[in-house]
Write a protein that binds this ligand. Sequence first.
Ligand code: ZN
Length: 406
Amino acid sequence: MNVEEEILKHALKNAVEHDGKAAPGPVINKVLGKFPELKKDMTSLGRKVAEIVAEVNALPVEEQKKRLLEVWPDALEKKPEKPKEFPELPGDTSNVRLRFAPNPNGPPTIGSARGAYVNWYYARRYNGKFILRFDDTDPKTKPPMPEAYEWYLEDFEWLFGEKPDEVYYLSDMLPKAYEYCEQLIRMGKAYACKCSQEEGRKYRMQGKACPHRNQDPEESLEEWKKMLAGEYDEGEIVIRIKTDLSAKDPAHRDFVGFKITYAPHPRTGTKYHVWPALDFIGAIADKEIRITHIIRGKDLRDSTARQKYIYSYFGWEYPVTLYWGRLKVHGFGKLSTSQIRKGIEEGRYTGWDDPRLPTLRGLRKRGITPEALREWFKSMGFSERDVAADLKILEAINRKQKHLKT
Ligand SMILES: [Zn+2]
C-alpha cells in the first residue's frame, strides 16, 4: 500500500467520524504509525495530507462514507474491547457467598443480567456460592409477576450454563422478619408510629422525635400485635426503626420498617398484610443466608446506611459491600419495564421475547449466545464508574464467537 492510499483511508475515516470534516493532525499521526520513516520529511507529508484532506472535506458525507467502505470495508466496525480483569474482592474470601436479588416484576433485562453476572463471576472466581434471591415483598407498588420467577431461573441457567447454587424468596421470610422486628421493639430500637405522612416528615426534617418515638416499648408492642391482627387499615400506622435523628440525610432518620398493605401477593395470597420495607427484610435475609459480600448498584448506598443500623442493634457484622456504576446501553430506546408491558399490551411488541427488547429472552431471539453476553459483561469491567455499552459491540463479539465455533 502506498502513502497516498493510507492518507486517503484515514482522511475519509476521520471525516466520517467528525461530521464530514477531517483534521490533518490525527491523519498525520495515523500515517506515521504505519510509515515511521516519513518523520524525516514532515514538510512534504504535511503538504500531501493537507491536499488530500481538502479533497475529502469537499465531498458530501454520504460520498465520504461510500468511498471509505470501498477502500476499507470494516473501517466503521467497532472492535470488541479487550476483557478487563475485575479487581480482587476485599475482606475474607475463604467462604464467599454472594446474592443477586431482583424483584421479579418483569423478565431479566441486560441491566439485571449484568448485575447477576458480576455476582456469579466472583462466586466462581473464589469458589463460593452464587445465590439468587427474589426480593418480592412489595405487592402493591411493584407487584411481582408470577411468570417472572420461572423466567429468571430459566434465563440465568441459559446465561451461566448452570443453576444458581441456592434460591430464596423473601416472601417466604416474613415470619423471620416479624421475629426480629419484635425484638427490636422490645429493645427500644423500633416503635409503632401513627403520625400522618406529612406530620412524620415534618418531625424528621427538623430532626425531632415524634410523639410516638419515646413511648414505652410495651405500648409499641401492643400496637404491633394489633397490626398483625388486622386491626389497622393501610396508612394508619407503621413501624419505624430508630436511627440518628441528626443524621445528615433525612432519608436515614427513623426509616419505615413495616407498613400495612392488603394487596394480595402472587405467592402468598392474602396470608400477610404487614409488609416489611425491602431494606429491613433484605438486611435480615442477608444475615440468615450468611451473605459475606454484597455487590449492588451505587444507587443503593442509602440502603446500606439504613441496614447498618439494624446490624449494629443486633451486634452483627455487615457484609463487605461493593458498588457498580450505572449501565447505559446504546442501541435500544429508553425502556422501563412498565413501558415494555404497555407496548406488549398495545401490540407494538410481540411479547417479552421480542428481539427489539433489552430482555435476555429478546437477545436470545436475536441470536446472541450466552458466551458472547458474558464476554460483553466482562469487557465492561467492574467499578463504581458509570458504563456506556453499545449493542454493536455485543453483536461484534457474537459474530466473532460464532465464527470461531464453525
Ligand atoms: Zn409518630
